[in-house]
Structure formats: C-alpha cells, structure tokens
Design a protein around this ligand. Structure first.
Ligand code: SAM
Length: 330
C-alpha cells in the first residue's frame, strides 16, 4: 500500500475497544458513553480485518484502545494474530496499554511472540496518579510493569507532559526509566475530544520546554534513530537510556508517516489528526469474501492526507478533532 505522497503504509494500529478502566482527565470525561456491542467488531472480525491488512503489506500491528487488555477474551485475538509472526508475514505484534492488566497477561503475551509493550504512565506519585487517571491505582500499574519486565518484554513508558501536574517529575521519570532499562517518550497533549473546561489549554506544555528542563540535569545527545514513528530520540549519557519526544503541536511529523488506524467499529482513519475516515465494517460484514474489504482499504489509502494541523490556543477552545483519543487509540 503506497499513499499519494509515496509513503508505504506498513503499520496498523487497531483499537480493540473504546472502553477503559481509567478515566484520564485529558483523554475522557468521567461519564463517557460507550458504544453498543452490535457496533463493535467481534474478535473474529478484528482478526479477519487485520489479516487483510497483513496481506496488503502491513508489517507491524499495534493493539490499543480504550484499554486493549480489558476487552473480554482479548488474548484469543493476540493468539490468532500471532500466527502472522510465525509465518513471518508480520515483523511485530505489540500493544499500548495503561498497564493495569499486565500482571495478569505479561507471561502469555511474551509466549505469543509479543516483544515490546508501551505503557502509559504520567507520574510516579500515587496521589497524582489517582488524580490524573481518576480510577487508576498506581501500585497495580507498577506491578504490571514489573511483570512485563520479568516476562522479558521490552517496556517503553509514554508520558504526557502536563503543566502544573507532572512537570516537577521529569527528572525522576528519566532516572527511574534509566535504572529500569525502559525507554521513555514524552508526548504533548493533543486537542482531541471534549473533556470539559479548558483543561488541555491549561495543561499544554511544549516539549521544547521539557527538553530545556531536562538539559539542566542530564546530558542529552540527539540520535537519528527512528522507530518508523513520530518520535525523535536522544540518549541520556548518565543512564544510557533513550528518550523520545513526540511533538504534534510544535513539530510536524507527518512526512514519514507510515501508519493508519482502525477503530473497534471498523472505521479506518488515515490520519490521527483529521476527520476523514472509511467504513470497513460494511464490506467486512457483507460476506466472507475479502475482495470488497481490500478494495475499500485501497480506496482509503489513496485518500491519506499529507498531514494534520493540530492547534491549541485560547481563542479556539473547541477540540481540533472531535473524537476522543480513546476512539482511535493514539
Ligand atoms: N489505554 C491505553 C493506554 O493507556 O496506553 C491505550 C489507549 S490511550 C488513548 C493511548 C495514549 O494516548 C496514552 O498514552 C494516553 O496518555 C494518550 N492520550 C490520550 N488522550 C490524549 C491527548 N488528548 N493528548 C495526548 N495524548 C493523549
């Protein structure tokens, strides 16, 4: 699959549920309404959909959500998808998780060929963790991360930089990740979905500021490593660890975009920051023949936009993109 700008689409992110056991303040409202079951693809449909993308050239699959590990029986999907690792059709099967269920699943994930997990963690402080996630428990996530490490999974911590919330902890996070052997990626808060009030405008912290602060304590050396994703990386001389910076608002990272995202209802988004989408559920449910599905995927890739234009400013308080991150999974 090659889009109109010559980019090879080799990476699919699949949101397997819109539900989550946390209610992070910048991501969801506390009283989110979730989708009715009939609209959500079954695990078998998700498997078939992923299979079509793999046939069309996707080499990397990431399960996300909502919280992927709270979807009932999700491991049967991981097991089904792992056959593409065995056949070498897929280079990587991975997931992005809040870590709450990792203690339960880490060993099985590793056994099924998952090598790395991204765990979202914005703070190491128990009280702050509860305030940010509303419903989350820090100890549970810390234990989940430890279980992932013990199972041999490489862990990358994703931290959303939040002004006045976790901006006094960046050094601690760098030190902790360095000591544990985890990569760490900082992310700017993005204007996606209504979360009430001006929370995100108040909390927005450009990563240029984060980086300047880190420079006071750490020796950061830029690397030209790319993971095929939007992060730019630096090595921390003192820990040997790697830090990534994802800056959708201060830096446009679209030129090398190799990815598309499908929601748990089978809606394909060609860009995280644009509304255009293609319905893959109808061709999927129309019959057992994948020809219509593959044609719909090709037609969508031909419409992949050049990039997004997120803006956070006080004059435009509406989100740039109406859907929540929990729909497309980030
Ligand atoms: N539940 C999983 C998790 O916590 O990683 C996967 C889904 S979650 C929506 C994926 C990532 O998106 C998390 O790292 C979360 O912090 C981030 N996120 C959610 N809303 C965001 C926003 N408005 N701006 C930036 N990142 C956001």
């Amino acid at each position: 699959m090659i889009d109109p700008f010559g980019r090879h689409i080799t990476y699919l992110r699949v949101s397997v549920t819109d539900r989550c056991d946390f209610r992070c303040v910048y991501c969801m409202t506390e009283d989110m309404t979730f989708l009715p079951k009939a609209e959500i693809l079954t695990l078998e449909e998700l498997d078939r959909l992923c299979g079509a993308f793999v046939r069309l050239g996707v080499r990397k699959l990431r399960l996300t959500g909502g919280e992927p590990l709270v979807r009932r029986n999700v491991m049967s999907l991981v097991r089904a998808l792992s056959r593409h690792l065995e056949s070498d059709a897929l280079d990587e099967l991975t997931l992005t998780t809040n870590g709450s269920q990792l203690a339960k699943y880490a060993i099985e994930l590793a056994a099924l060929g998952v090598r790395r997990v991204n765990v979202s963690l914005d703070t190491l402080d128990t009280a702050k963790f509860a305030a940010i996630t509303r419903w989350g428990r820090f100890d549970q996530v810390r234990d989940g991360i430890a279980a992932a490490k013990a199972a041999g999974l490489a862990v990358k911590i994703n931290t959303v930089a939040l002004k006045g919330v976790n901006d006094d902890e960046f050094d601690d996070l760098v030190a902790w990740c360095g000591a544990e052997g985890f990569d760490l990626t900082f992310i700017e808060v993005m204007p996606m979905g209504e979360v009430g009030g001006d929370t995100r405008v108040e909390q927005y912290l450009p990563l240029s500021v984060v980086r300047a602060r880190l420079n006071r304590r750490w020796t950061l050396a830029d690397t030209d490593e790319r993971s095929g994703g939007p992060a730019r990386y630096a090595r921390v001389a003192e820990t040997g660890g790697r830090i990534g910076f994802i800056t959708p608002l201060t830096h446009n990272f679209c030129e090398s975009c190799n990815r598309v995202r499908v929601t748990c209802t089978g809606t394909l988004y060609m860009c995280l920051g644009q509304e255009d989408a293609a319905d893959l559920r109808a061709p999927l449910r129309a019959g057992d023949d994948d020809a219509a599905l593959e044609a719909a995927i090709h037609a969508a890739i031909a419409r992949k936009p050049k990039g997004h234009d997120f803006v956070i400013d006080r004059r435009h308080t509406r989100p740039a993109v109406a859907r929540h991150m929990s729909v497309t999974g980030g």
